[in-house]
Design a protein around this ligand. Structure first.
Ligand code: UDP
Length: 319
């Protein structure tokens, strides 16, 4: 089997490529290296079953040629990271919507299976938990740029779903909840790599807001295994699945845990949202996935605890 990973040199894409190669798939990674990095896949280049193509999902001719050559597409290319979205909303909207439309259209042209990665941002401010796949989306004003990402990803989901319903493109949608692990950079705002870097340098840990907001963090290795199993399972087609951990932690607790594990001298510094992001920024106070659906279909269960995840990233950053 030959697969195309869009965003294949990114944080999740590179781990997915690694796992697929282990399972003897042939992998083409397409990446424009905007947030993806050559060093994420440098170790894979020696493998004759791996090919890196530097280019964008917005290039029709290129995407056409690549989709034609493969059996399955994992569409991960996206502009992600709350800070990036707040700073460059236009780029985030175009890459996410036009890019997905392009890849889906090619999947239709060549009748290929496609997995689309969406996000827990879809649920917006819905603080109920655990969130089920058909729960409501609660969003703020479209003029608050934070919601542009949620909206763009919802459009991606709708496109994937109607390409399946109307045109029969076998598509699978997944919503990823706070995926973390080695190779993720804190540069675009992601909290875990950022706190670990701050702790290792004994710098202040920048907790935004009160720090009482909660998240559930899952190791990228657990995520990529689930993605592959879903693509291998015919009953996943036309469906949407949450993927995440249910170990809920407040951001303040996370900072304390990281300080403890790294034996850091760092102190917590509380920063108001309007200073951290922009005036009127709205954060999600809680985000816990219900993972019953994916558990029933493929027996999904995360294998790393939060402590093990932090230790793994510390090891990587110290290396
Ligand atoms: N956050 C923080 N300090 C940082 C970066 C993020 O307190 O330096 C908070 C952020 O406001 C949010 C949580 O950590 O409440 C998770 O942020 P991240 O951007 O990693 O993911 P998302 O907001 O998409 O869940």
């Amino acid at each position: 089997m030959k697969v195309l990973i869009t965003g294949g040199a990114g944080f999740i894409g590179s781990h997915l490529a690694e796992e697929l190669l282990k399972k003897k798939y042939q992998v083409i990674a397409l990446d424009d290296l905007s947030t993806g990095r050559m060093e994420n896949v440098a170790h894979l280049k020696v493998n004759p079953d791996f090919e890196l193509v530097v280019g964008t999902v917005l290039n029709e001719h290129l995407v056409d040629k690549l989709v034609e050559r493969v059996d399955v597409i994992f569409h991960l290319a996206a502009a992600v990271g709350v800070e990036l979205i707040v700073k460059r909303p236009l780029e985030s909207l175009t890459t996410n919507i036009k890019g997905s439309e392009m890849v889906l259209e090619m999947a239709y042209r060549y009748n290929k299976k496609i997995l689309i990665t969406s996000t827990s941002e879809i649920y917006g401010k819905n603080v109920n938990g655990p969130l089920k796949e058909n729960d409501d989306r609660i969003l703020g004003s479209p003029l608050k740029v934070r919601w542009s990402y949620s909206t763009a990803k919802a459009v991606d989901e709708m496109l994937a779903y109607v390409y399946w319903k109307e045109k029969g493109v076998p598509s699978v949608i997944v919503r990823l909840f706070n995926t973390v692990g080695p190779r993720q950079t804190g540069y675009y705002g992601m909290v875990v790599p950022r706190f670990i870097e701050q702790a290792l340098k004994n710098k202040p840990i920048t907790v935004f807001g009160t720090g009482k907001q909660t998240r559930c963090f899952i190791h990228v290795k657990d995520v990529v295994k689930a993605l592959i199993k879903l693509v291998e399972e015919s009953k996943a087609v036309g469906e949407v699945f949450n993927i995440g951990s249910q170990e809920e932690v407040s951001i303040e607790q996370l900072a304390k845990e990281i300080i403890k594990i790294t034996k850091s001298k760092s102190k917590i510094e509380y920063i108001p949202y309007e200073k951290a992001y922009e005036e009127g920024f709205e954060d999600m106070q809680r985000r816990v996935p219900d993972t019953g659906k994916i558990n029933r279909l493929i027996g999904f269960k995360p294998s790393y605890t939060l402590k093990q995840i932090i230790e793994d990233i510390v090891k990587y950053q110290n290396w």
